[in-house]
Design a protein around this ligand. Structure first.
Ligand code: SF4
Length: 391
């Protein structure tokens, strides 16, 4: 991700504006007292609401927080804090949980961008406010072992395994940038939990911010292709079964184990990066970042990164996951003409559907085996990408 430069430590008064999730950030407002209802409704808070909506939408447009949010840099510390508060309250009342979880990731990554670039003093100060007693060491930071274990569990990036760390007297010595990544995780964990709201506040938010929720749904993050993939993933070309599985999770509803497996295996084969695959599960009622990453890795890294073969149509049908069958109000009913392809007797595999519509698929095999729906007898190298013209 892009790292923003900050060469000098923050003045104490600005710390809370930059990290509004820190306990004590409310001191930015001085003696001013206001109610949640006032923040949601009164004209005096319109600037904060506008910036808060921008924060929420930025998480959908830019879930990896790779771009600056221009409006943030020109807002006063008070408005920045209030906009954060507004976004958190609104997303806690969202009809689906994925919006809050995505925003938590984006806000945590934004903080990481700064923490990885500033002097270690600021990192230690932020950590201290969050309850972590980190200490400066030559060339890095010492993290208490218990905190390291707790924060590093969901991180599946190379180099975070405890066995690879230098541990001395109950502390883990890490480079500053790795400590910043641990703090990112602490922030994400904190922000992913909805703030408790009274039912009447939830109702008020859902009525007043209905346009925002509709926009968030419309802007659900576009899939991102991993390096080496042929370009953009084209969600609009995904077969109805896959789109239906994704919608199920986005709505915060449960998806069967076989559906979760089929979705991850399909996304891997069409070239999605790991973040995109994990993000597809973010709305699941039992979503757990660590477990999801572990399971996604298990599916996608099998056999040297070839991954598991996604299930064929017959298998999906036997598990009630084929959108051609069953619920006539879902998927196919919306765009039946296009999805008549699903009734073509030659269609055997969701990847085949995707190819028919012009999507590119990563061929997992070096030679020999031909994945269902692929053209038999056509050699393909490991990880080779193939695009088939629309039918
Ligand atoms: S026919 Fe195949 S591609 Fe079409 S919805 Fe059913 S399982 Fe998916």
């Amino acid at each position: 991700m892009a790292v923003r430069r900050a060469s000098t430590p923050l003045a104490a008064g600005s710390l809370f504006a930059e990290y509004p999730f820190l306990p004590g950030a409310e001191s930015l407002l001085g003696e001013e007292a206001f109610s949640v209802r006032a923040l949601l409704e009164e004209t005096a808070f319109e600037a904060a609401r506008s910036l808060g909506r921008a924060r929420a939408l930025a998480a959908a447009d830019d879930p990896r927080a790779e771009r600056e949010l221009a409006e943030l840099s020109v807002a006063t510390p008070e408005v920045r804090y209030l906009s954060f508060l507004f976004a958190r309250i609104v997303l806690s009342a969202a009809p689906v949980p994925a919006a809050l979880r995505r925003w938590a990731v984006a806000e945590a990554k934004r903080s990481y961008g700064r923490l990885a670039a500033v002097p270690a003093d600021e990192l230690l100060e932020v950590a201290r406010h969050l309850g972590f007693e980190l200490a400066a060491r030559p060339g890095g930071v010492a993290v208490p072992l218990v905190d390291y274990v707790r924060l590093s569990v969901p991180i599946r990036e190379a180099g975070f395994r405890l066995a690879q760390q230098s541990v001395h007297r109950g502390e883990v010595d890490v480079p500053t940038v790795r400590a910043a990544r641990l703090i990112q995780e602490a922030v994400r964990l904190q922000l992913a939990v909805p703030v408790p709201l009274a039912p009447e506040v939830v109702e008020l938010v859902r009525v007043r911010e209905a346009p925002l929720f509709a926009e968030l749904e419309r802007r659900s993050p576009a899939p991102v292709a991993r390096p080496g993939a042929p370009g953009l993933l084209r969600r609009e070309l995904f077969p109805p079964c896959i789109r239906k599985m994704m919608r199920t999770l986005e709505k915060g509803e449960n998806l069967s184990h076989s559906g979760r497996f089929g979705l991850a295996a399909f996304l891997h084969r069409v070239g999605a990066d790991e973040e995109t695959i994990v993000d597809a599960y973010r709305g699941a009622p039992d979503f757990d970042e660590s477990i999801t990453r572990y399971q996604v890795e298990h599916i996608t890294l099998r056999d040297g990164g070839k991954g598991y073969e996604p299930p064929v149509c017959d298998t999906l049908r036997s598990h009630g996951l084929c959108a051609r069958d069953g619920d006539p109000t879902a998927a196919l009913a919306v765009d039946r003409a296009r999805d008549e392809r699903c009734f073509d007797p030659k269609l055997r595999h969701p990847l085949q559907y995707y190819r028919w519509r012009g999507g590119a698929v990563v061929e997992p095999n070096d030679e020999g085996a031909t994945p269902p729906g692929a053209t038999p007898g056509r050699p393909a190298g490991p990880g080779r990408l193939r695009s088939t013209a629309p039918r």
